[in-house]
Design a protein around this ligand. Sequence first.
Ligand code: SDX
Length: 430
Amino acid sequence: MSLPTSTLTVNDRAIEMPTKTGTIGPSVIDISKLYAQTGQFTYDPGFTSTASCESKITYIDGDEGVLLYRGYPIEQLAEHGDFLETCYLLLYGELPTAAQKADFDYRVTRHTMVHDQMNRFFQGFRRDAHPMAVMVASVGALSAFYHDSTDITDEKQRMVASMRMIAKMPTLAAMAYKYTIGQPFVYPKNDLDYTSNFLRMCFAVPCEEYQPNPVLSRALDRIFILHADHEQNASTSTVRLAGSSGANPFACIAAGIACLWGPAHGGANEAALKMLAEIGTPERVGEYVAKAKDKNDPFRLMGFGHRVYKNYDPRARIMQKTTHEVLSELGIKDDPLLDVAMELEQIALKDEYFIEKKLYPNIDFYSGITLKAMGFPTSMFTVLFALARTVGWISQWAEMIEDPSQKIGRPRQLYTGAPKRDYVTVAQRG
Ligand code: SDX
């Protein structure tokens, strides 16, 4: 049976290219031989119509607002499981049995400490350093400490590096936070679950016992599940591209953190909260919606819109519910930022501009309100995103390394610069 193909006519010549079909979602046209056959490249800035790889990890249907991790709907995972279960699922492809889950939790727990010389590493930063700058540096620096898990050709070393990344991100994130507020680092405790351990490392002080609030731990754990992976987003693509050169996993994750920092990507949760604070009251929402619609105004509604979701981001729905749960647990009756956010959502979802451009709240729209209520400063929001997304990055990195067809990523270009010309001495220049 002949394989399905697509035909492209280039300079009056029909070029047959294989069409590959996945489990669900759009098929792809394999253009890998196009340049050899035609001498031409495809052109797709921002990769709006380009599949960079084949993956079995996460599936998004942007029109339907569907997000599946290894086939399981995000709503069900967020409702029934915990973050480490999601980590196991993303890494290994199946939900763990009780024994597998217990073993995985045990292994992660015992990798949560960082090399104690990392403490001195932090001392080099100014106290007012942005925690994301600290995270990019400290995660990249892990490759200076853990030489026994940087050989990417060794499956065992790849798994150890993966466990170390998942386990140490909360510890490094908490250290980044403590350092900026001038409080001593708090070491992890093995008798706490993953997210309670993180909350304690962030908010405990040596002067008194700290008991994590189970409702807040559960809420933050769910927020981590929502952020764990998201197909070939900008930071995941960055990790894959860095990994395709054979760079060690710590360096690849550091590259992903750097990319996530941008306000168009993971930095949007910090930017969204700043925007809500700038709007200040529900009465001023209309003024900002008008700015967002004004072609001559670069202002955008942060936390709105998405490259893939042209429907409500399913994570935003769960995020909104979690926001109300956290505010209620903390006894916060009326949060002015939430009032502004709810008014903004109401107005935008009825506005022709947003309807026509299919702009809906994304995961970053409500997360900031929740994290602020939990006690995190705005500068830590993207750090928490990076903490959660680490398992997605490392799972996608491992999938790429294990893909027999993978090769170094090296896109081409459309050159519109100067044609070839001879050197002119400075005496001959005008
Ligand atoms: C994340 O890729 C992922 O999966 C990312 C992520 C993940 O989990 O990894 O989901 C996490 O990054 C979520 C997105 C967080 N970013 C923001 O909230 C920043 C605000 N949103 C945007 O800047 C924008 O919507 C993007 C970057 C998210 C998506 O941009 P696209 O797909 O390149 O779309 P675009 O910029 O071409 O916009 C399409 C149109 C434009 O109008 P026209 O030029 O066609 O007239 O919609 C407009 C834009 O001006 N538009 C907005 C808008 N977002 C898009 N107008 C006002 N406010 C906005 N937020």
